[in-house]
Design a protein around this ligand. Structure first.
Ligand SMILES: Cc1ncc(COP(=O)(O)O)c(C=O)c1O
Length: 371
């Protein structure tokens, strides 16, 4: 099996701890252990660092299940981040020659992994002019009668758009007609700018797997806690795959994650995330709005990420490299999502550094003739 480079992950891994101003992250400024301990009233000191229940402690699975109406602890498999959840689902559902329909642009994991497992990928493109929604009929065309897996990222990365109900209905209908599983990556749910949490696809059809994680909406990526939600038999089957990957979650992370998801702490953590997203969205609106049309975007519905189009005549990878090397600012180039002429700007950092970084991006674009 050959894998192609996961360009965005490698770009971030190489540079995010070396640059002065990091706008490449898609979550909000992370909590410290002390802050989490304070919010959740938990003392990590006595946690014994043994092996854990490998599918996640019952307490943690109960807390996760409470986020999904109708789910219980046996519908949950705790994983090492959403990344392991996506990996297990793709590994278990893609055999050589299988058709995999993927809503794009998206986080590059399933588009990279599906072909490595021998899958034949068909894209369901999101269209910016339609508010980053798929064109009617495009999901049905990509899924056809053959697809075995349909991958959705909702809310979306990199656009922050939430799928419209009509688009979800078409995807669910097309998957059901093909007998395909849906893998719905919902790691940005809970980080909505306003309104309700994005409704999960859990419960919309029988063959559905949901990916969730504490990394984005909860500001806890360093815990490396994610999960799969699915029908009991399927979760049991995927647990068998997990025995071959990471065995079980870290004991400390399982304990802290369960405390973070207790109702009182959960409310405080999600409110903090929304406060950061809303406040920094204003900074982003002012930045794009002040560019006199040289920057464009459709503001995200959820997540601290903006997919910003620019008019300078320079490729996004070259632009991102110059920003990194000459200005000390790390952004994700759009072509790492297959769309050049865009930068993914993570705006979940503290306000001062965000404003400083955006000014440097504007100055660089101006120097290139289109700021
Ligand atoms: C859509 C999506 N899914 C999954 C992940 C993996 O995140 P983690 O493993 O930290 O949960 C990311 C990270 O950026 C993502 O954007």
């Amino acid at each position: 099996m050959q894998v192609t480079s996961f360009e965005m992950e490698r770009w971030q891994s190489l540079h995010e701890h070396a640059v002065r101003l990091n706008l490449s992250e898609s979550g909000v400024h992370p909590l410290s252990v002390a802050e989490l301990a304070g919010i959740a009233g938990v003392d990590p000191g006595p946690v014994r660092l043994g092996y854990t229940q490998t599918n996640g402690s019952r307490r943690l699975r109960e807390r996760i299940a409470a986020l999904y109406p109708g789910a219980g602890p046996d519908n949950i498999l705790v994983t090492t981040g959403g990344a392991e959840a996506n990996f297990l689902a793709t590994w278990a559902h893609v055999q050589p020659g299988d058709r995999v329909a993927i809503v794009v642009p998206t986080y590059g994991q399933t588009p990279g992994l599906a072909p490595a497992f021998g899958g034949e990928v068909r894209n369901i493109p999101l269209v910016e002019a339609s508010g980053w929604q798929p064109e009617p009929g495009s999901a049905e065309a990509a899924v056809g009668r053959e697809a075995t897996l349909v991958v959705v990222t909702n809310p979306n990365n990199p656009t922050g758009a939430v799928l419209a109900e009509e688009a979800i209905e078409e995807i669910v209908r097309a998957a059901a007609e093909a007998g395909a599983w849906i893998l719905s990556d919902e790691v940005y749910a809970g980080a909505e700018v306003e309104g309700e949490r994005t409704p999960s696809l859990w419960g919309r059809c029988d063959r559905v797997l949901i990916t969730g994680s504490l990394s984005k909406a909860y500001g806890l990526p360093g815990l490396r806690i994610g999960w799969l939600v699915g029908p009991e038999a399927e979760i049991e089957r995927l647990w068998g795959y997990k025995d071959y990957t990471t065995i079980g979650p870290s004991a400390l992370s399982d304990h802290l994650a369960a405390a973070a998801l207790e109702p009182g702490a959960l409310a405080v953590i999600l409110e903090r995330t929304r406060r950061i997203v809303r406040a920094n969205l204003d900074v982003m609106e002012a930045w794009v709005g002040g560019s006199e049309g040289r920057l464009t975007w459709r503001p995200p519905d959820a997540g601290a990420i903006g997919f910003v189009g620019y008019s300078a005549d320079v490729g996004s990878s070259e632009l991102a490299e110059r920003l990194r090397a000459e200005d000390g600012v790390l952004v994700v180039p759009g072509d790492q999502f297959g769309l050049d002429g865009y930068l993914r700007v993570g705006f979940g950092i503290e306000r001062g550094p965000l404003e400083a970084a955006l000014e440097l991006v504007s100055a660089r674009l101006e120097a290139l003739g289109a700021g």
